[in-house]
Design a protein around this ligand. Structure first.
Ligand code: GLU
Length: 471
């Protein structure tokens, strides 16, 4: 069997859409699973939208999520000459023809179709004309001479056999009157020239697949195998849209998801391997195949993504998490300020606090929020609920406890022993001392274990924060 070649062919829209990321992932996995290659083609024919920023956003999104491609990036716009040459070939074969219908005539055709309750179709009026009839005062578009009878069949690896009656597919435009190639043409010529063997993309392209198949046939080219994967829907069952929240992978990054977790989440959107939920990259590659891609739309479930992310965070090494947090910081709204206060000392503290922090957070944002006590400056802002814990009695405990802590060796064991001894001597519950300690040290009612907090903050800062709140 020949080598499998897949491709991801995004149009630059300013971000890597979450559905696009999943399409890229499936192409990447299929190529890897079959020992083939995945190519990247940027469909930049819309010159307005195809800015450098929009293209970079896609490339960055792919590398963030850990998807690479083989060879150079291919840019569709740069290949326009080649697209035109393919049309010359179709003209020479008699499989395409110039059409001189005016915009007004096309409007009439549409209007008539509407009145008769038919979908708007070009009526083929220039299909079989003699060149002697061609007007000289205007430039034609070039249309495909599509088959008018019979059917065009797609043997789709996900959708099964899909049949399109040819009467429903009119003679589509290949070249516009200004000589620019249409999208439908460019995709076919590029996929052919790139040696693509397998087209894997969203099922919103299924009708295009029929039209593109007709172009392949007109050029006498092999039609690649196709797999149209169901689109991603929102939790409410409607097609995923802005309304459902974050759309680009960069938005998920900024929400504090780990790329590995998002990737793992995406692979399960439409594909399954038994009921396994967690996959290492090696496992994804080993198990991935298109026969396990379902035909019904996958629903995006934020809760599930969050849980998965939490699992990835707990499993990550402290240093990897630190690196992820550091990479995220500049992207946050107050990024510059965050980066500025992330001194080597704070960095070391955050690393030290990581084991306690990662147990309690499902996203990096949550983790940073829980680590806020490390960065806070005295006098420490105290949340309302935490302030409520600092009653006169609680402050009294802090005051009474201070000398023992001041005298203690600054280790977890020694500080814990001092607090426990105090509780025992005074006959109060450990919690009655530990909760005010937490409130005074972190300004919160929840935090990593309080004796971790004492050590991470260090002796001087801890004692100072306690003195601030002591009676
Ligand atoms: N550029 C198209 C898109 O972003 C994909 C084309 C294709 O995969 O054939 O939707």
């Amino acid at each position: 069997m020949s080598e499998i070649v897949t491709r991801f062919a995004p149009s630059p829209t300013g971000f890597l859409h979450i559905g696009g990321a999943r399409t890229a992932l499936f192409n990447w996995l299929y190529a890897k699973a079959k020992g083939g290659r995945m190519l990247l083609r940027i469909e930049d024919t819309d010159r307005q939208r195809s800015t450098k920023e929009a293209i970079d956003a896609i490339l960055e999104g792919l590398s963030w999520i850990g998807i690479d491609w083989d060879g150079e990036v291919i840019y569709q716009f740069a290949r326009a000459e080649r697209h035109r040459a393919a049309v010359e070939e179709m003209l020479a074969r008699g499989n395409a023809y110039p059409c001189f219908a005016t915009p007004a005539e096309l409007d009439e055709m549409r209007e008539l179709a509407r009145k008769e309750g038919r979908p708007p179709r070009y009526d083929g009026r220039w299909r079989d004309r003699d060149p002697s009839e061609f007007p000289t005062d205007r430039k034609p578009v070039i249309r495909l001479k599509a088959p008018q009878d019979g059917v065009t069949v797609i043997e789709d690896m996900v959708q099964g056999t899909v049949t399109f009656p040819n009467k429903d597919l009119d003679d589509l435009v290949l070249l516009r009157s200004d000589g620019t190639p249409t999208y439908m043409l460019a995709v076919v010529v590029d996929d052919h020239d790139m040696g693509v063997t397998n087209i894997i993309r969203g099922d919103d392209h299924l009708t295009n697949a029929a039209r593109q198949t007709q172009i392949y046939r007109a050029l006498d080219w092999d039609v690649p195998a196709m797999a149209h994967i169901p689109l991603i829907h929102g939790p409410d069952g409607a097609k995923l849209s802005k309304r459902h929240g974050a759309l680009g992978v960069d938005a998920y990054r900024d929400l504090g998801y780990l790329p590995e977790a998002l990737r793992n989440y995406l692979v399960r959107l439409g594909w399954s391997h038994g009921d396994q939920e967690l996959f290492s990259t090696a496992e994804m590659i080993e198990y991935f195949d298109l026969d396990r891609v379902g035909r019904s739309a996958a629903r995006f479930d934020f809760q599930k993504l969050e849980n998965l992310n939490g699992q990835y965070m707990r499993a990550a090494s402290d240093t990897d998490l630190l690196a992820a947090v550091e990479a995220l910081m500049p992207h946050l709204p107050d990024g510059a300020a965050r980066v500025a206060r992330f001194t080597p000392e704070r960095r070391a503290q955050l690393l030290m606090a990581m084991p306690g922090l990662k147990e309690r957070a499902k996203t990096l944002i949550e983790l940073l929020d829980n680590a806020e006590f490390l960065f806070a400056e005295r006098p420490l802002p105290v949340e309302e609920k935490a302030a409520a814990l600092l009653t006169a009695e609680a402050r009294g405990h802090l005051t009474a406890l201070l000398p023992a802590l001041e005298a203690a060796n600054w280790t977890q064991e020694a500080t814990e022993a001092a607090v426990r001894a105090y509780a025992q001597e005074t006959g109060v519950k450990l919690g009655a001392v530990a909760q005010p300690l937490r409130a005074a040290l972190t300004g919160r009612t929840t935090s990593p274990p309080i004796f971790d907090v004492l050590i991470v903050l260090g002796r001087d800062e801890s004692l100072a924060r306690l003195r601030d709140q002591a009676a």
